[in-house]
Design a protein around this ligand. Sequence first.
Ligand code: ATP
Ligand code: MG
Length: 214
Amino acid sequence: MKREVATNDERRTTNVSKIGIMGGTFDPIHYGHLVTAQEAHHKFKLDKVIFMPVGIPPHKHSEEVVEARQRYFMTIMATEDNEAFEVSDMEVSKSSPSYTVETLMALKEIYKQSEFYFITGADAIIEILTWKEPEKAAALTKFVAATRPGFSLKKFKGSISKIKPVPELHELEVPALAISSTDIRRRVLQGRPIRYLLPDKVWRYIHSKSFYRN
Ligand code: ATP
Ligand code: MG
């Protein structure tokens, strides 16, 4: 007898064809990330966007960032009301540093039929060049670079074209959002407001936990 209802795993490997992946420290997540993910979801007709908070960022010291579990939790709070958004604990549950290429390979095992769109800010695109095995990553995913105010992709195009295969790179204009986690952390430290730069729930959580005070 033909089954009418697909299991979750079947749905993952069959129906979902275009997946956005938004990696970040999310320390904390803010409207810059959310607007960018939503815009990419719309422009590239993505089935969903997976937010992937990094566990131990390879380029930052772990003492400098809020605990992985807390950043993961804030990311869930910020995205739970959007059914096209998901949060993965793949990287936060690892005890070793996260390399994007390894994450992409693990995702490919789950989503065998899917096309990936790795979403980053334009400023982060230069980091791709310093990734472990950028060629491998380029073969696994397309890239979407959101242009932040003051950044142009032009200057990176030359360096990116040296990676073989040349990564498929799409530019995405997002409304001028000069929001950054660095600025949010600095504001908290200086006693300045962060409300309306990020979802209310996250704002309240940051204050209840006294994050970024020192
Ligand atoms: P930090 O200031 O600590 O570096 P961040 O605001 O850049 O934090 P990350 O968690 O480092 O946030 O960023 C995750 C991804 O989101 C990166 O690809 C980054 O370029 C992108 N991003 C961050 N802020 C914005 C924004 N305002 N508009 C578009 N993309 C953004
Ligand atoms: Mg950053």
